[in-house]
Design a protein around this ligand. Structure first.
Ligand SMILES: [Zn+2]
Length: 548
């Protein structure tokens, strides 16, 4: 009996057998896979390939009309016709899309996609065909038939109007990405976002450069405040979904659509907005939208009143300082090894080790919170690294790198902050760290004119000076011939858009025989971490002196 119970118990906890896919599931998944490959291939320029992929989905709903995959396949044929319109500009394609949306809500009224079909069709009427009356009819249908669905929720005004930002200085920028108009029509490939309480970054990935205009709208008649960016000439990738729900603090969702035959509009619906900035980055081409919510309340300067107990106050707390959280950025990682030097040394391994030592040092000597942009050997995009620092509301951002040069004799230590430069050596380092061409680099220089206003340049320069001084001093005590290359400025993508003092340290040259040998020893890496930590400490003390 006991044994029987045991067998029953084991059976109960065994994982369920892996379910084989049904034929309709298989067919749908393979069509979806093909679509994914198609959207990334140059075939998107040819109509016949579009029709072929549409046919793949069509076969799914024709062969398996009763399956749960049928309405899914149907909505994809509709979306594909709608996106094909971005390339063809043929009204007939829009009509084909509308016909399929209609099939969905008429033949599959019970499907959870029925209200999506109505919603997406309404948008085509309103935005592309300029027939608002038809759009309103479909929206009325949504509210009538699917009053508790997610599309109805989008149509209803929010229960409470979000408070309009108190110090709303909404900018209105008309920012061509360059003087010369681009020739090619760009494809909007993907939309990424990193979103937090009072800061969000949205990245629109493009196939080629594009002109863009950004606009902001205040909350109005129950509609939330919005930022929208028009990209032109541009069209949608067939794989892009029209909406990305986010619901994360500042940003509630991102919508994207073919607003005019040659214009893609990206709309960001917001809870609140105080300011925003947009900029273009090349290599790969993308438009970045940074949203800034209300700035966090000024941090209190007094020592906390809680009895200390066993926990003792950090130096920062004792001094009543503003520096509580530091983000350290170990350069490169994953498929990006950074510079490869002598002895097969890889920059990404060294930066991670030094960053971990540095985190240890800072936690111990300043008891402040330290966050690393990566803890392991993984790839993190440059544009995400500064976003992490902003999202975490860091007070300082320090990016760790190792220098490299075709000239083996090049050696030394240098610390950078973000600004224009005319120094060819600084340009070389920036080109290397940004992994971009020189042309993109000069574009980046132009971009700086626009965004430096919001950057803490003077503070960053001071932080760079302290780190450089203390790092060189510390290493010089133990090693011979440490070369001080000084504090420099250059346009680094990883520093663009940071809201706090931010620097990039090139700790040594991986290509110099002496320094490469030293970089192999843990002792040297620890000394570097200590030197940088001392610099950060001196910077913090400097703030204290400057603001008694
Ligand atoms: Zn690097």
């Amino acid at each position: 009996m006991k044994r029987l119970l045991l067998v029953l118990w084991v059976l109960l906890y065994l994982p369920p057998p892996v379910q084989a896919l049904t034929p309709s599931e298989k067919a749908f998944l393979s069509a979806k896979k093909e679509l994914e490959a198609f959207s990334r291939s140059p075939k998107v320029r040819y109509r016949r390939y579009w029709l072929r992929i549409i046919n793949r989905f069509r076969r799914v709903y024709l062969r398996y009309p009763e399956s749960p995959e049928a309405p899914k396949a149907l909505i994809w044929t509709a979306r594909l016709y709608r996106n094909l319109y971005g390339y063809s500009h043929r009204r007939k394609d829009l009509e084909e899309a509308l016909r399929r949306y209609r099939m969905l809500w008429e033949h599959y009224p019970e499907s959870p996609l029925a209200d999506d079909a109505l919603f997406e069709a309404a948008r085509i009427y309103r935005e592309l065909l300029k027939e608002p009356e038809k759009a309103r009819q479909l929206e009325a249908l949504i509210l009538e038939r699917y009053p508790s669905g997610d599309m109805a929720a989008r149509l209803k005004p929010p229960p409470r109007e979000p408070p309009s930002p108190p110090k709303a200085h909404l900018q209105r920028n008309h920012a061509p990405a360059s003087e010369a108009p681009p020739q090619k029509t760009a494809t909007v490939k993907r939309i990424r976002h990193w979103s937090g309480e009072d800061y969000s970054r949205v990245v629109v990935d493009l196939s080629s450069r594009v002109d863009y205009q950004d606009h902001a709208l205040k909350a109005h008649r129950g509609k939330p405040p919005r930022v929208y960016v028009d990209l032109s000439p541009a069209r949608l990738s067939p794989y892009l979904k029209p909406e990305i729900p986010i619901q994360d603090g500042l940003l509630t969702r991102v919508r994207v659509g073919q607003y005019r035959p040659d214009t893609v509009r990206v709309v960001l619906d917001l809870k609140s907005l105080t300011s925003y900035r947009t900029f273009y980055l090349g290599d790969p081409p993308r438009v970045v939208i940074d949203l800034l919510g209300e700035s966090p309340p000024p941090r209190k300067k007094e020592v906390p009143l809680k009895p200390p107990g066993r926990r003792h106050y950090s130096l920062a707390q004792q001094l009543g300082l503003k520096i509580r959280r530091i983000v350290i950025d170990p350069g490169h990682g994953g498929h990006d090894p950074g510079a490869i030097g002598l002895y097969g040394l890889r920059e990404k391994d060294i930066t991670l080790k030094v960053s971990k030592y540095l985190a240890e040092e800072l936690r111990r000597s300043l008891s402040c919170e330290v966050i690393l942009t990566r803890e392991k050997d993984v790839f993190v995009p440059l544009i995400k690294r500064s976003a992490i620092a902003n999202l975490k509301k860091a007070d300082l951002f320090v990016s760790i790198h190792v220098n490299a040069s075709p000239n083996r004799r090049a050696r030394g230590i240098e610390t950078y902050y973000l600004s224009f430069t005319t120094d060819p050596e600084a340009m070389r380092v920036a080109a290397m760290e940004n992994a971009v061409s020189n042309q993109s680099l000069s574009e980046l220089q132009n971009l700086l004119k626009k965004i430096l206003r919001n950057t803490k340049i003077e503070e960053s320069r001071r932080l760079a000076a302290r780190i450089q001084h203390h790092l060189v001093r510390r290493l010089s005590r133990k090693y011979r011939g440490v070369k001080n290359l000084g504090v420099k400025k250059a346009p680094f993508v990883v520093l663009v858009g940071t809201r706090m003092p931010a620097v990039l340290v090139e700790i040594s040259f991986i290509t110099n025989p002496t320094e490469a040998r030293r970089l192999r020893s843990e002792k040297y890496l620890r000394e570097i971490a200590r030197g940088i930590a001392e610099g950060i400490r001196a910077y913090i003390n400097g703030i204290q002196v400057a603001r008694p």
